[in-house]
Design a protein around this ligand. Structure first.
Ligand code: GLA
Length: 747
């Protein structure tokens, strides 16, 4: 049992070998958080870690109290988890313990909220604590699930109106976490289009700090994730918290340091632009947050989240299946293609060993640029005279899978859909609508719109043998409003939009369970834990430059597994940066993800095509490691001058690994350098083969797991370097943008 209740001390202990959460009913009826983090023995009381007595607010006892459900107006002046406006207009809330249940497994969240799940009740236990505010009748059920094998708690909350008048939920956080000190650094993933999810790492300061979105989506700018690490914590050692929110809409992720040096973290739906009225008997359910704790460094935290997101958030037929190596035509052709050109590209892709051809934007309506036709999901017969069906069949006859791009939530003003239903585009009657990329967002808070798009897109997918869908979302929401909601319910708009989007995902994945969905939003603007429930992989960024990708993929990996990160090799000069890096370097970066190409293979030389064939063979031979192995970050592109990056994947049992070392610029006579490897069996011997190019590996050498992990793998001079076997020009890799991949196999 991972959850124990002690009726004598009125404490719950959620504990496994890797983490403990201890909660207790306080003397005043509140539920306190006595401890969260390091595993503690189950049995003893930990009441001394919380307040002895909390009978009222005063300057000494008021602030340090660690609560499971902080609420406003009753003496805790820090940010609350829940704000509900009562029938009298007051927001005072005094949530008193009213009962609890402990169940094996994990109950489903209400509605379509994405959440982790178990396949066997033995995988987790769930504690549900009921709290009630007497005067208003507001009742709250906090749900905490501890996974048996992971130091991770999934937390969510249901708020119900048990009173007799209408109340309005104004803030409902998925999780708060009260920590007893402020000796942490806050890490968020921030950036912008083509520069997503750079880790921002700063010391906590008194007051509130954090990230959020009011864009209607999680966004390229900030990610619904935060980490706290001790100042001395490294990638491999020390305490680290990571909190990921399973929600693809507006969010808030922040920390508040109180004046006694405590830290309160809260993560959930952004209270900004949110208000959810509840009539008597109605309830509201928050999305789920995953709270991972590790003493094995930032890497240990990432590893815990990766495992759950990969296997217990992602769902469906493609969850554990090898993801196909794809060719996407976007950077190869943009809008300029027709049936014959696509078939020629697909034939070249097949010849190079690729497995899936993806037809991107431009196949429908009158779409030759981004000015028109979003919403008109009928094939452009001028470009594709044999239809999607004819094209898909011809591509599939080559022995490839076939995939298609869609952007179902959008409409161009120049489209038949908009002309027929102008009121289906989001906007406020009487106000202008702001265009972005010449398009408007459809009102997915309106179920009729979702119905229409489900039919239209469903018809497209059903009309042809489609194996993969890239679902894009290329602008944020402005003028938020839905004519289907009354004035006093417009505060539900953003939330209902996201639920409508999830509804469409649910319908399409249910109707087409064999299809692999990849999410995309101007690159990585909807890269979050929630979307993985339907789309197990996402387009990480529109920036395909390999040097830029080192940083983007490094940052993304703080929370998200490699199997979720679409990573493509594109042409040079790179379309986003103008940089010219070698083909093997570009591939060596993209292999750490769901691998593919995004270029015109017919424009490549024979030599490059042969190189791609070798790259694809190298990847597919190790695909289980690249997609489902344990990822460890070894050397950060954000440290020093950023000239080097190293990371690795390893099998759970340490039997195999691939270690990658990348160097951006060459500098003559580099200093001696060894790279400490992780995740191996220290007692085993390994065959180590270094690939500097994918045409010929260096001779295999033998090293011990202990040596590789504690002394390191030679980078300068390179190891393997059999004595005198190499001419100087071969063993010292000159030139910029170089990568070495080391293949490690246990002997
Ligand atoms: C977005 C995506 C790209 C591509 C284009 C098509 O920018 O991120 O990958 O699909 O849209 O318009």
């Amino acid at each position: 049992m991972t959850i124990a209740w002690n009726p004598g001390t009125r404490e719950w202990h959620l504990g496994n070998a890797r983490a403990s959460w201890v909660l207790g009913v306080l003397d005043n009826g509140w539920v306190g958080l006595l401890h969260a983090g390091a595993p503690l023995a189950i049995g003893p009381s930990y009441r001394h870690l919380g307040p002895h007595d909390f009978t009222g607010f005063d300057n000494r006892t008021g602030e340090p109290v660690a609560l499971a459900l902080p609420s406003p107006g009753v003496g805790d002046f820090r940010v609350p988890a829940l704000v509900v406006e009562g029938p009298d207009g007051s927001t005072v809330l005094d949530p008193q313990y009213a009962g609890h249940r402990i169940t094996a497994g994990k109950p489903k969240l209400p509605g379509l909220l994405p959440a982790t799940y178990v396949e066997d009740d033995a995988e987790a236990d769930t504690l549900e604590i009921d709290l009630c505010d007497g005067p208003s009748g507001v009742t709250v059920t906090l749900a905490l699930t501890l996974f048996r094998d992971q130091p991770v708690v999934a937390r969510s909350m249901r708020v119900a109106n048990g009173g007799s008048g209408r109340v309005v939920v104004r803030t409902a956080m998925s999780a708060t976490l009260d920590l007893p000190d402020d000796d942490w650094r806050l890490v968020t993933l921030s950036g912008t289009w083509a520069r997503e999810r750079y880790p921002d790492d700063r010391a906590l300061v008194p007051g509130r700090q954090g990230v959020s979105s009011v864009r209607g989506g999680s966004g390229n700018e900030h990610n619904p994730f935060l980490a706290l690490r001790r100042p001395a914590t490294t990638e491999a050692w020390g305490e680290c918290w990571g909190i990921a929110l399973a929600w693809s809409g507006n969010f808030l992720a922040e920390a508040e340091v109180g004046h006694f040096g405590t830290t309160r973290v809260r993560v959930g739906v952004n209270p900004e632009h949110f208000a959810w009225p509840l009539e008597p008997g109605e309830s509201f359910a928050t999305p789920e947050a995953l709270l991972a704790w590790s003493d094995a460094g930032v890497g240990g935290m990432s590893d815990a989240l990766h495992g759950l997101l990969r296997h217990r958030m992602a769902r469906g037929a493609w969850r554990d299946r090898p993801r196909p190596v794809l060719l996407n035509n976007w950077e190869g052709t943009y809008f300029d293609f027709d049936h014959d050109r696509i078939v020629v590209m697909a034939r070249a892709a097949k010849a190079m060993g690729m497995e899936l051809f993806v037809l991107d934007d431009g196949w429908f309506g009158r779409r030759d640029d981004d000015n028109r036709s979003l919403g008109d999901w009928v094939v452009n017969e001028r470009k594709l005279p044999h239809g999607i069906d004819g094209l898909a069949r011809e591509v599939k006859a080559l022995g490839l899978l076939f995939g298609l791009w869609i952007e179902p939530e959008m409409v161009n003003p120049d489209s038949d859909l908009f002309r027929a239903h102008p009121d289906w585009a989001i906007g406020v009657p009487g106000r202008k609508r702001t265009l972005s990329r010449n398009q408007l967002v459809l009102d997915f808070a309106n179920p009729a719109v979702v119905d229409h798009i489900a039919d239209a897109i469903g018809e497209v997918i059903a009309s042809a043998p489609i194996d993969y869908v890239k679902w894009d979302w290329n602008r944020f929401i402005t003028e938020p409003f839905s004519p289907t909601l009354p004035p006093d319910r417009q505060g539900e708009f953003f939330h209902r939009y996201t639920l409508g989007m999830y509804d469409l995902y649910e319908r399409l994945t249910t109707r087409f369970p064999h299809v692999l969905f990849e999410s995309c939003a101007s690159g990585g603007a909807r890269f979050d834990a929630g979307i993985l429930a339907w789309a197990p992989q996402g387009w990480t960024s529109d920036d395909t430059d390999a040097v830029e990708r080192l940083r983007i993929q490094w940052g993304t990996s703080l929370a998200y597994p490699l199997s979720s990160m679409g990573a493509h090799v594109s042409a040079v000069p790179n379309h986003q940066t103008g940089r010219v890096a070698s083909l093997d370097f570009r591939a060596a970066v993209a292999m750490f993800g769901a691998f593919g190409y995004e270029l015109d293979p017919t424009a490549m030389s024979d030599g490059d095509r042969a190189a791609v064939r070798r790259q694809v063979a190298f990847y597919t031979e190790r695909r289980d490691l690249f997609q489902y192995g344990r990822f460890a970050r070894l050397r950060s592109p954000f440290e020093g001058d950023g000239n080097e990056t190293a990371w690795m994947v390893s099998a759970d049992d340490g039997s195999r690994a691939v270690v990658a070392h990348y160097r951006v610029l060459f500098r003559p006579w580099p200093v001696y350098d060894r790279l400490l490897v992780r995740g191996l069996d220290p007692a085993a011997r390994y065959a180590v083969t270094c690939w500097e190019r994918f045409d010929a590996p260096m001779p295999t050498i033998e090293r011990g797991g202990d040596e590789l992990m504690s002394v390191g793998l030679g980078i300068e001079p390179p190891d393997p370097m059999p004595d005198g076997a190499f001419a100087d020009g071969h063993r010292i890799v000159r030139g910029d943008f170089t990568a070495r991949l080391f293949d490690l196999r246990r002997l």
